[in-house]
Each structure stands twice: as C-alpha cells, then as structure tokens.
Unconditional design. Structure first.
Length: 167
C-alpha cells in the first residue's frame, strides 16, 4: 500500500502513518475519538454560577472525572473568587485520586502565596496544575481539589479538570 501502515483501525485511512509526512494523520473535523483509543478526552467543568463555597484551610472537591485503565495526561485549572474584603494567604489547586485531599506530588499541585492580599476586589485568581501523567490499572476517580487559606469574608472555587489518553 505504498509504504502506508494502518494502525489497528477498521478504516485504516483514518489513522495512517506515511513516511513522507513523518506522522500519523489526525482528524480534519471537530469530532471525538472513540473511548479506549489514543487521544480519548475526558473533562468536567464547574462554572462560576455553580462555584463551590470554601471553608478556610479545608480541602474541597470542585469536580471529578472517572478515568478507565490506561495512560493519561491530566491537568486542572481552578479559579477562586470571593468578597472584595477577603484576605488571602494561599490558594491551592491539586490533581488527586483521593476525595477532598491535596496531593503534594510535584506536578500534581500548585500553591499561590498571596501574603494577606485582598485580590477579589478587582479580579478572580486562577491556579493551574499539570499536565501530570497518571498510569491507571483500573477505573479511577480523579478530583480537582482546592484549598484557600483566607480571612475576613468569603471564598469560592470553580474550574475544569481535563484528561487525554496518552497511549
């Protein structure tokens, strides 16, 4: 077939390696790959309208995804908001396989030190972590966990957790 090698697909022209182009052809439309295939994408988003109220110094789940066995890249983006007078010491976002528990593994956590500032008077604050590889032997729930160390007023969190099957 002219040097083209199909990649285990019922329609080998969908994923064809050609030595002259140096890679695997990708999709040319806005569809999704089937579950279990390289490139599978899973995500969960909580919008600002459904933000989770946070208690100072307590870890809380914002959202989660269920990932089947495999090799995954996972990343998160948490957004914090609060009252204009809320003073913040730290904002933390973590990728975790344990509910409401921060994972301090490098790459799975990001800590933003605020030194008692009141950032919500002018803006919301984003904290991102990942991409982090998770190699899973079975179906696993993966959480976007946040923690805010704050005083005076209120703080809430919302955001997105995303994963893509690596191989």
């Amino acid at each position: 077939n002219g040097g083209n090698v199909g990649i285990g697909n019922a329609n080998a022209t969908d994923l064809t390696f050609t030595p002259t182009t140096g890679g695997i052809l990708g999709t040319t439309t806005n569809d999704n790959v089937n579950a279990g295939r390289v490139g599978e994408y899973v995500s969960s988003t909580i919008t600002s309208g459904s933000a989770v109220s946070l208690t100072t110094t307590a870890a809380a789940n914002i959202t989660s995804i269920s990932l089947p066995a495999g090799d995954w890249d996972v990343w998160i983006n948490a957004r914090f908001t609060g009252g204009a007078t809320t003073t913040v010491t730290r904002l933390i976002a973590s990728i975790s396989t344990t509910s409401a528990t921060l994972d301090s593994t490098p790459g799975r956590i990001h800590i933003l030190f605020m030194n008692g500032q009141a950032p919500f008077a002018t803006t919301n604050v984003d904290v991102a972590a990942g991409s982090f590889r998770l190699s899973l032997s079975g179906t696993t729930t993966v959480y976007l966990v946040t923690q805010a160390d704050f005083g005076v007023s209120t703080c809430s969190g919302y955001g997105i957790i995303q994963a893509r099957r690596r191989r």
